[in-house]
Ligand binder design. Structure first.
Ligand SMILES: Cc1ncc(C[n+]2csc(CCOP(=O)(O)OP(=O)(O)O)c2C)c(N)n1
Ligand SMILES: [Mg+2]
Length: 1026
């Protein structure tokens, strides 16, 4: 915005300078008032700017005395020549000059000729027109309460241009311009009054248009055409009745809830009821223009109204939820309800018929209280819909976000989401934003809530047009809502409607708003509703009769009452969580069987070759070329497969099986640790080549998507979360640069990923890769805060669930999976497991850093295939190993083992190394690859194998972090069940408790690391914790 302000003030200065240059008023520039402080919001701001009338008024200057370059001697010669050419052949000059001469020189004998004065006045008028286009919105009547006291910019003041009241009925030459709108009309000569009236009508009515920050001339002209049209909106009687009907539904719905449940929180829409007809008309217009599906995200305000009147959630269901009676009878199959959520967070979807006779699919995405957190989720879901419906032009699927004024200005994720809008792998062809700007956020006035003029200013960074509209003028609301849909379908970019309204009651229904906004609420008390205002308008115009109004009221009331009666017997339907793509997927209460994840050896070889072969004429960087040669070698020999190749094999095999794979995050194409190289760059041409795009014949370019993202954790993770929810046959991954940075998206982990299924019955198989591990890089870049993810896991630490080896019961019942995997093959299988099952669960991976190149962190290709007898093949087939036992040659009982070290992650390799060094053959080391849900069965198997062993948990993280606090109660439960002791028998080896995740001193890190590894192998018993 700063640049825009700077640009417009520069324009103002330039204008002043031009005027000041004339000899008559050189001193004026010194009299300019200081720039006014920015006013924020309407009801609380200051006064009209001071008149500039004290300054000398500019007057026409003889042409000969003007020093402007346009009007210098050369120009007048040029004009004379033009005039001569025009006289010889009017078509030989530009159309605007033709008009100019026709009006002013046409009747040669009586013509006043082209005077310098005419030219100057025309120029000043043009500046005035432009001032209205740029700043007219500042004078628009946007506040329904009329408390608006904004400063009107001085460049809307006639006197600035040297005009006075006396000039109002004089004719001026305005020309005809190659510009849309007002100036393009073939009326080059108009009186100043006519010109002003048109400008005031277009720019200063109940809509304030902000669009002159858009640098694209075509877009501005398109808008100018719409805005400056003589009669931009005219609705016939039928249309007006539909609008009134929709407004009445919106109003009556709130009234009805208020009467039936006076004290229930519903975050009513009163004061902003025009949102509902606005949305409906927007959707109708969008459907007319090819939109088939709309994904909606919104917070609390008016959400129930949107659910009822726009998305058409059954009224009886909404009323039943108000009465608190949704939980179905226990024991009924297929009625898994999860833990539920408050009614104003729930989502739904519906196929709505439109006014134009089409159908449009609407889905309102469930969201938490956390304001704006749903924004990127909606955008991601919209993009996924576009992918699955081959909507390559992005015209069939649109995201619509409804915001509050406080949150739109205040929540950073708004900006982060806006910035995805034009990125090739994240764009949805434009989101439509509607801000329900009730001029207050809970108890906070705009002047305390934001530093810029409008709550929508953040959208200017995107060059989005912003339509501010007075929420009491329903037809204006409808108009801008339609215009927003037209913009989206024409220019495929974001657009904002700022619905300036008010909040009739408190923040919720139990709040008293006069505690904090007494003046505003005094005005609100006597302020008629938007429906009343519209009814009166239609009565006055004769477009509707009192009887018809009464009929509408009666109809709505009778339906609401009927649905209320029905709600008493309302029984929830079978869960509605499975959209078409999810048919057949299982809820946590339904049993599903474990599947193998191994792949036929010939497929592995074939895809392996495809992803390691580069086009002949492609010239990669030397080092990258070598990496690919090594990868080809690994496939050829089957030996030494590393992490990156294992990952690529997982992706490739899933793609061959018909799944969509999408990996996004910061620098993921190359990989933060320069290990992935999924996109190669020709060193001469710069051309890119992505081997995973070339596995299938004529592979859809997007089937495998790997994309560097914007530098945002919140928006990008949210986007992928939304994307993953659309279709289960996809592996969607988000990778943090380092695991630490994921806490910038903490809301998504807490509110969506860990608890979304329980609250909203929506599954996602999203995978989050969080690089984690202590290698001396300091307090950041070491820890992905494993403990946080484990703390959010809902597997009961004191109850061993049914662990039937062929079933998925434990994992189905748990909210997510947290793993810290130590071999490339196990990584391959854990990724494939995400798809090869009949349900979806989020997966959090503590991803490696130094294991990416560790000499021992390699797998053999035979661990990836499904051949019996191969090392990957366990008793039940080839699968992800939740626990990796110490040695395959250990018998069922090994009495000679004195210590069993349980650990997870890369510390295993250090422990193993130390064991070799110290020749502690009486120590067994088991890797807990899957921390959550806890592998009770496998842990108990190992406890039984080593009956005489001291049990140790070893980790690199400080004691208050890592897995220690998660592991101990579960390990304890497993031990007690076997009579192997209790909490004090679990010995701890790891760093001491610490505030920071890691030391910043490399030498200290090395000492600590060596110390803990040594301790795990020390001959004496371990004394910690007791
Ligand atoms: C991230 C977050 N912070 C704080 C809150 C608490 N809160 C709920 S509503 C609200 C005010 C929202 O104001 P606005 O966006 O203007 O919406 P309105 O309620 O006025 O429609 C606040 C602060 C929240 N829900 N989420
Ligand atoms: Mg608000």
């Amino acid at each position: 915005m700063a640049w825009f302000r700077a640009a417009s003030s520069a324009a103002r200065l330039a204008m002043r300078r031009n005027i000041a240059r004339a000899p008559h008023y050189p001193a004026r520039i010194h009299h300019l008032p200081p720039p006014p402080p920015p006013s924020r919001g309407f009801h609380s701001s200051a006064v009209r700017s001071k008149s500039t009338s004290a300054a000398p008024v500019p007057r026409a200057v003889p042409l000969s005395r003007l020093s402007d370059s346009f009007l210098d001697g050369t120009s007048s010669v040029y004009l004379e020549e033009l005039q001569r050419a025009w006289e010889a052949d009017p078509s030989s000059v530009d159309e605007s000059w033709d008009n100019f001469f026709r009006n002013f020189v046409g009747q040669a004998s009586t013509s006043p000729g082209i005077s310098g004065q005419t030219i100057q006045e025309s120029m000043r008028l043009l500046l005035l027109v432009r001032a209205y286009q740029v700043n007219g919105h500042m004078k628009a009547k946007l506040d329904p309460l009329g408390l608006e006291k904004r400063e009107i910019p001085e460049d809307l003041d006639l006197s600035v241009y040297g005009f006075t009241e006396a000039d109002l009925d004089r004719e001026f030459f305005l020309g005809v311009w190659r510009m849309a709108g007002f100036l393009s009309e073939n009326r080059p000569v108009q009186t100043l009054r006519e010109i002003l009236n048109r400008l005031e009508q277009a720019y200063c009515g109940t809509v304030g248009y902000e669009y002159m920050h858009i640098p694209d001339r075509e877009k501005c002209n398109w808008l100018r055409d719409k805005i400056e049209a003589v009669n931009p909106r005219s609705y016939n009687r039928e249309r007006r009745e539909v609008i009134l009907d929709r407004l009445s539904w919106s109003t009556e719905f709130e009234n009805f809830l208020a009467t039936k449940w006076a004290a229930a929180k519903r975050f009513g829409l009163e004061g902003g009821e025009t949102l509902i007809p606005g949305m409906k008309e927007m959707f109708d217009r969008a459907a007319d223009m090819g939109v088939e599906s709309i994904v909606i995200g919104m917070s609390h305000r008016g959400r129930l109204n949107v659910l009822a009147n726009v998305v058409r959630k059954p009224l009886s269901q909404i009323f039943s939820e108000f009465s608190g009676g949704t939980k179905p009878v226990d024991g009924e199959t297929g009625l898994y309800t999860g833990t539920g959520d408050v009614k104003y967070h729930l989502g739904t979807s519906y196929d709505r018929p439109t006014r134009g006779g089409k159908r449009i699919h609407l889905s309102l995405v469930a969201n938490p209280s956390h304001l704006e957190a749903v924004d990127p989720v909606v955008v991601g879901k919209t993009r996924a819909k576009q992918f699955y419906s081959n909507d390559n032009d992005r015209i069939k699927n649109v995201g619509v976000l409804i915001h509050g004024d406080g949150s739109f200005a205040g929540q950073g994720v708004v900006y982060e989401t806006l910035h995805l809008s034009a990125l090739p792998n994240y764009t949805t062809g434009g989101t439509i934003h509607i801000v329900v700007n009730n001029q207050v956020a809970f108890t906070t006035d705009p002047r305390a809530g934001r530093s810029s003029q409008y709550c929508t200013d953040v959208a200017k960074a995107l060059n989005a047009p912003i339509f501010h509209v007075n929420g009491d003028d329903i037809e204006a609301v409808v108009h801008v809502c339609e215009l927003a849909a037209e913009w989206r379908q024409t220019f495929h970019s974001d657009v904002v409607v700022d619905l300036v309204c008010y909040r009739r009651f408190g923040h919720n229904e139990i709040d008293e708003p006069s505690f904090t906004q007494p003046k505003m609420y005094k005005v609100i008390r006597d302020h008629p509703s938007a429906r009343k205002i519209y009814e009166n308008k239609l009565l006055e115009s004769g477009d509707i009769s009192r009887e018809r109004i009464q009929e509408i009221h009666n109809k709505i009331h009778s339906i609401l009452n009927k649905e209320f009666e029905n709600s008493k017997d309302y029984r929830p339907q079978r869960r509605d969580w499975l959209s078409a793509y999810w048919t057949g997927f299982k809820s946590p209460e339904q049993i599903s069987r474990i599947r193998n994840t191994g792949v036929k050896p010939e497929i592995l070889k074939r895809v392996g070759q495809a992803i390691t072969t580069l086009p002949e004429n492609f010239k990669p960087h030397r080092a990258v070329k070598k990496i690919f040669e090594q990868r080809a070698q690994m496939i050829e020999t089957g030996e030494g497969i590393d992490w990156a190749l294992a990952e690529a094999l997982a992706f490739a095999t899933l793609i061959v099986e018909g799944n969509h794979v999408r990996l996004s995050g910061q620098d993921v194409e190359r990989g933060t640790f320069s290990h992935r190289h999924s996109v190669l760059h020709d060193q001469e041409t710069g051309e890119e080549y992505c081997p995973l795009d070339h596995i299938l014949m004529n592979q859809n370019e997007e089937l495998f998507t790997v994309s560097n993202s914007s530098l945002s954790e919140f928006a990008v993770l949210g986007f992928e979360m939304g994307y993953s929810m659309e279709n289960p046959n996809s592996l969607i991954l988000w990778e943090a640069q380092f695991g630490d940075f994921s806490n910038g998206a903490q809301v998504l982990f807490d509110q969506f990923m860990s608890s979304g299924e329980a609250k909203w019955l929506r599954q996602t198989g999203l995978v989050v890769l969080l690089p984690h591990g202590y290698d001396g890089q300091g307090p950041e870049h070491s820890s992905a805060r494993l403990e946080r993810f484990l703390q959010m896991s809902d597997d009961n630490p004191y109850v061993i669930p049914e662990m039937e080896p062929t079933l998925r019961k434990q994992i189905q019942e748990c909210n997510w999976q947290v793993v810290n995997v130590t071999t490339p093959a196990n990584y391959f299988h854990v990724l494939r497991r995400q798809i090869h099952r009949e349900f979806r669960k989020p997966l959090v991976v503590m991803a490696p850093k130094n294991l990416l190149r560790h000499k021992d962190c390699k797998s053999h290709l035979s661990e990836f295939d499904d051949m019996e007898g191969h090392p990957g093949f366990d008793t039940q087939g080839t699968r992800f190993k939740r626990l990796i036992k110490d040695r395959n040659d250990h018998k069922e009982v090994e009495e000679g083992i004195n210590r069993l070290v349980l650990c997870s992650g890369k510390v295993y390799y250090e422990l193993d190394e130390e064991r070799k060094k110290t020749e502690r053959n009486d120590v067994a080391i088991c890797r807990v690859e899957q921390l959550c849900p806890f592998p009770y069965d496998l842990i108990q198997r190992e406890l039984k194998r080593y009956p005489n062993a001291e049990i140790v948990w070893c980790q690199e993280e400080p004691m208050n972090m890592g897995a220690y606090n998660y592991i101990t109660p579960r390990l304890c439960t497993a031990m007690r069940a076997l009579g192997r002791g209790s909490f004090e028998d679990i010995k701890y080896v790891g760093r001491a408790p610490s505030a920071a995740t890691a030391t910043g001193f490399l030498s200290v890190h090395q000492q600590e690391q060596a110390g803990l590894v040594r301790k795990a192998m020390q001959p004496e018993p371990i004394k910690c914790p007791y």
